[in-house]
Design a protein around this ligand. Structure first.
Ligand SMILES: [Zn+2]
Ligand SMILES: [Zn+2]
Length: 386
């Protein structure tokens, strides 16, 4: 079968970028040899989304250790990438059909973090922070392929008569946004989103649908802010990227002041840091009112400097981190939001974030490395169509 892979034997991590479109063996269900296969299914992808984490793999920015460790422990030289999926079940293991009720022909999406089910967090319903989780497409083979084998327990049945397939393929990243917007109550609140990339843009939609009254989008990139405006933010602010690396962590005081002025001179109720920027974090803290909440989603390796730390304590500001999606609470909420006629989120996602499919929906089987690299740099989200 065809697959988009990262082959660490053929491609030196530090000296290459990109992924390879090539032939690999298709996955099979062999319960007699591998008993775990009874709880798995074989899925034929219909649409898949290219995630920010896939972009990190493409440019070798992150996940090196996770990828190398998982390949070593399974004795494999390549990883099939991809985890944002809409696909059709082709074959089910005996347990997958008997216990989970899956049948060939079912259309499903998938939670991308495979949880262990045995650790403390899994046992108390916090599987999104499982101690022993695997990430599809990084620590186990993913869905940029003609077929993918996945555990039935992770799947999310999707009705494509109610959710259009191009949007259904990105339920997983939309779930990140919904999870971030569920961390604190947003009803009637003012919100500033620092970082209007894919998840920031999706968060604008989720936050509005979940009751946020005033939404401010902050980003260095004019194109991102234009998309944010089209999605209906109340105010956009373009931030200048810090030029002095020694001071790159310092908050942008002017931006914090503009935001405070907009909210009774006190600051927003809630800030979301979705850029993975130390500057954005400190600006977010400065722009949030006393007693407000700061949601942390943006990822960045290494150390951060928190300026004016005492402000957080003295003014009772709370920091909350968000990873993945609550399984499956977030999936129920995101489905309800997507299917709600009142918010028309599917149209906004398709027409604005996916640019009506123009340049954003690319045929998987005519993958072309250079052209694809351009696409992922030009659009917030790229979808493969199979
Ligand atoms: Zn993703
Ligand atoms: Zn666990």
């Amino acid at each position: 079968m065809k697959a988009l892979i990262l082959d660490i034997q053929r491609e030196d991590w530090d000296r290459t970028q990109g992924m390879t479109f090539t032939d690999v063996d298709a996955p099979v269900l062999e319960e007699s040899k591998t008993p775990e296969d009874s709880s798995k299914v074989i899925i034929k992808p219909l649409y898949t989304g290219f995630c920010g984490s896939d972009k990190s793999l493409w440019f070798r920015h992150a996940f090196k250790e996770t990828l190398f460790d998982s390949l070593e422990s399974s004795g494999q030289s390549y990883r099939i990438c991809g985890h944002e999926l809409l696909g059709e079940i082709m074959e089910t293991g005996s347990y997958a059909s008997r216990y989970y009720g899956y049948r060939s022909g079912d259309i499903v999406s998938t939670e991308s973090h495979i949880f262990c089910g045995k650790c403390h967090q899994c046992k108390i319903g916090d599987a999104h922070v499982c101690s022993d989780h695997k990430i599809i497409g990084i620590s186990t083979d993913g869905c940029f392929a003609d077929y993918v084998k996945l555990p039935a327990r992770e799947l999310w049945k999707t009705d494509v008569d109610l959710i259009r397939p191009e949007v259904a393929a990105i339920q997983e990243p939309f779930g990140n946004a919904v999870h971030a917007c569920s961390r604190v109550d947003l009803r009637g609140k003012t919100l500033a989103i620092f970082g209007c990339g894919t998840i920031g843009l999706l968060s604008i939609l989720a936050a509005r649908a979940m009751g946020a009254a005033l939404i401010i989008g902050v980003d260095p990139n004019r194109d991102n802010l234009e998309l944010a405006e089209k999605l209906g933010v109340d105010l956009t602010i373009q931030v200048e990227k810090p030029t002095d690396p020694e001071k790159s962590f310092l908050p942008d005081i002017d931006i914090a002041r503009v935001i405070r002025e907009k909210c009774f001179g006190e600051g927003v109720d809630v800030s979301m840091e979705m850029a993975g920027s130390n500057q954005a974090l400190n600006t977010a803290v400065a722009a949030t009112r006393a007693g407000g909440d700061i949601i942390l989603f943006g990822l960045s390796a290494g150390d951060y400097t928190l300026t004016n730390f005492q402000e957080i304590i003295l003014y009772g500001k709370s920091l909350h981190s968000v990873i993945g999606r609550k399984v499956f609470q977030t999936w129920y909420t995101l489905s309800n939001l997507l299917m709600s006629k009142g918010h028309d989120l599917q149209t906004k996602i398709y027409e604005i974030i996916l640019n009506k499919g123009e340049g954003t929906i690319v045929p998987f089987h005519s993958f072309e490395r250079e052209r694809f690299e351009k696409s992922i740099q030009e659009h917030p989200k790229i979808i493969f169509k199979y």
